[in-house]
Write a protein of this length. Structure first.
Length: 109
């Protein structure tokens, strides 16, 4: 595989390059692993690691879930949540609002 380096110094050129399908590297599909228990599963399942139609479909699902939430209510809930650093309260609040069964599992690190 040959790699080419491109250098941009104008904002318009950067936007153009980001929108150019020829400059988007083709990523091989990831093999799925055990549900929720591996990086392989994550890479094969979430929008961030997909492209084309699977990415558009997965992103639309995430956006629909987020659209049903009220940002101001989330801010207030996170601010009022007990204990821990702000980032922990924010993640816990968002996880609970999205209906995650065990939001504490998202906070292992």
């Amino acid at each position: 595989m040959t790699h080419t380096t491109h250098a941009f110094d104008r904002f318009e050129d950067i936007l153009s390059a980001l929108a150019d399908p020829a400059l988007v590297p083709e990523r091989p599909a990831a093999a799925a692993g055990p549900p929720g228990a591996s990086v392989a599963w994550l890479r094969a399942t979430v929008a961030r690691f997909s492209h084309g139609e699977p990415h558009r479909r997965r992103r639309a699902l995430v956006e629909a879930e987020l659209a049903r939430l009220e940002p101001e209510s989330l801010r207030q809930a996170a601010a009022a949540a007990p204990g821990g650093a702000a980032r922990v309260r924010v993640v816990r609040t968002l996880a609970e609002a999205l209906g995650c069964r065990s939001p504490q599992l998202w906070l292992r690190r």
